[in-house]
Design a protein around this ligand. Structure first.
Ligand code: SAM
Length: 241
């Protein structure tokens, strides 16, 4: 097979609603000869790809990896030498708790042309679809996006002193997230909300407080993917929708 020197687009698919991909991302998808996608990107997006486009699921979602990262990197490189346009489609934004940056660095180190097309992250879209603003003029002036799960399960979870905290990957480790919130001085009454399958048709929200969220999430059977929003903004969202 003749080797081509193709281009790889690392594209944010958006959080779930298939209309939340950018125009630029959609254009790359329509032109792609090969797409490597994760579980988190909406599979309806693949309908935009050409019939002849090679579609490969490299399946990354919470705790389930069909392929290791090294294998994905090598596959991306391989495909960039087979096809003119390869799209790496990643849920949300490709650099937010995703390994889009690592993939871009790897490909560039091998001489591959790479373009990064940002996506709408679930950390922002999830709360916004329920009317929750992450900042409020003259009142809530900072927001942090934090991982609720670390590779070392005993490593402490962060709870910085921002007005709003948004935790991704927090479902399975919710007790340690709550512990971190208490240790940071947040009271039991601090409002919070778990948003499951944000922006999808079957999305739902569970309102709670720091003191009750673990129990409420278990009672409701909240499952990944879900984002946890913590702070006064949750009450603002409730009031304004
Ligand atoms: C590996 S991170 C990827 C984040 C992604 N790059 C983004 O910007 O949204 C996976 C976590 O993102 C969050 N997530 C992604 N899509 C979501 C959705 N539709 N609804 C709720 N949470 C979501 C969940 O916390 C999930 O465990």
């Amino acid at each position: 097979m003749r080797e081509v020197r193709g281009r790889v687009y690392i594209v944010g698919a958006g959080p779930g609603d298939p209309e939340l991909i950018t125009i630029k991302g959609l254009k790359a998808l329509k032109e792609a000869d090969c797409v490597l996608y994760d579980f988190l990107s909406n599979s309806q997006l693949l309908d935009h790809a050409k019939d002849v486009c090679e579609k490969i699921c490299v399946g990354k979602a919470d705790g389930l990896h069909l392929r290791e990262q090294d294998e994905i990197n090598s596959l991306l490189y391989e495909k960039s030498r087979e096809h003119k346009i390869t799209v790496r489609l990643k849920g949300g934004d490709p650099f937010i708790f995703s390994r889009g940056h690592e993939e871009a660095v790897y490909l560039k180190s091998k001489g591959v042309a790479v373009d990064v097309i940002p996506g709408i992250t679930s950390a922002i879209a999830g709360p916004e679809y329920y009317g929750i603003p992450l900042t409020i003029k003259n009142r809530i002036s900072s927001v942090a996006i934090i991982t609720g799960r670390k590779k070392d399960i005993n490593a402490p979870i962060e709870a910085p002193g921002c007005g709003t905290l948004v935790y991704l990957m927090a479902v399975a480790n919710i007790s340690n997230v709550v512990k971190a919130l208490w240790e940071s001085g947040r009271s039991d009454e601090t409002p919070c909300a778990f948003i499951e399958r944000a922006t999808r048709k079957d999305s739902r929200i569970v309102y709670a407080t720091v003191g009750s969220v673990e129990e409420e999430a278990k009672r409701a059977g909240i499952k990944p993917p879900a984002v946890l929003v913590v702070g006064e903004v949750v009450d603002y969202g409730k009031r304004n929708v």
